[in-house]
Design a protein around this ligand. Sequence first.
Ligand SMILES: [Mg+2]
Length: 364
Amino acid sequence: MEITGVETYTLHLPIDRTVGDSRLAIDDMYPVVVEIETDEGYTGTGWMGSLGFAPDLLERFVDSQFTDLLVGRDPFATEAIRERLRTQTIYYGELGMSAWPRGAIDVALWDIKAQAAGQPLYKLLGGEDDSVQAYASSMDSHHELDELADLHGSFADQGFTAFKTKVGDKPASEEARRIKEIREAVGDDAEIFVDANQAWTVKEAISTVRELEPHGIGWVEEPISEFDHAGHERVAAAIEPPLATGEMVNRPEQFEHLLERGGMEVAQPDLIRAGGITGQTAVARLAATHNVPLATHFYYVLSAHVVSAAPTGWIVEYIPEYDVGPLLDPEPVVEDGRVHLPDEPGHGYRIDPDAKAEHLVTFD
Ligand SMILES: [Mg+2]
């Protein structure tokens, strides 16, 4: 089989209110889509979930740096292609923005491989479970106290039993008050995760988490800078809930460094930053060797395949505000707190043509 063409485009998904975390305020979501065509009629689809940060550059990165390297190659050669694209971007720094298109391309290639195999992706990866637990993850830093109960209560009404709220930008006593509010809305048996998006110092993390702990915390996510691995060890050793991290980590040796020192007690690789299906699966295996649960970051539609197949696969992150579901055909099924995986060959989704026509944005 041979790759015959690559199409890249950007869609605009407005969010109906400003949402955010300890660092960001977001009003729009811009998925940048990569479609890879082949001479055997299969088209693979991948996407990058840009939150409005230079989607035009991501789109142009694919067109200018990668399309010519892909056309003519065998889409089954995911490892060889991955290495060739990596060397192409080394000049810009291998990580960061240049990693994103490589991740989306890898997803599209795996979509083709699974279609050609006549298998749903999770089965091709070795999985068996056709549904995966999801948690309702809200970008709720800007929600007032009285809005929190309604928001998380509505997720509970939809059948979710695990929830995540943002912390890190308010005094500890106020954070505790907010979590108490959510706890009352979702019940004593529910899991509540907190995510600081790297806002704290080591000491702030330890002291704040101690104030939150009485309300029952399922994990503490990204308490401190992603680069402070020694700090992760100190925080993990000092707090009761597991330390969850990994969404900003790209390279397997960085995951290994954190895992072997006990600084990553829940592994959260991001599908795109970690290198697509190939990269996220590699991290899933590393996590399993350390008996650490896998709870992937963002991209629930696609990562559910990896979690289904992972030895320690646990849960995916469903962020209602960033949900690309309405852009997809078929629309993903999220019911009773689980993502149901399609029975179709491939990852099971393509961009809905009507949604594309409605949401397409073009750049000068
Ligand atoms: Mg996070």
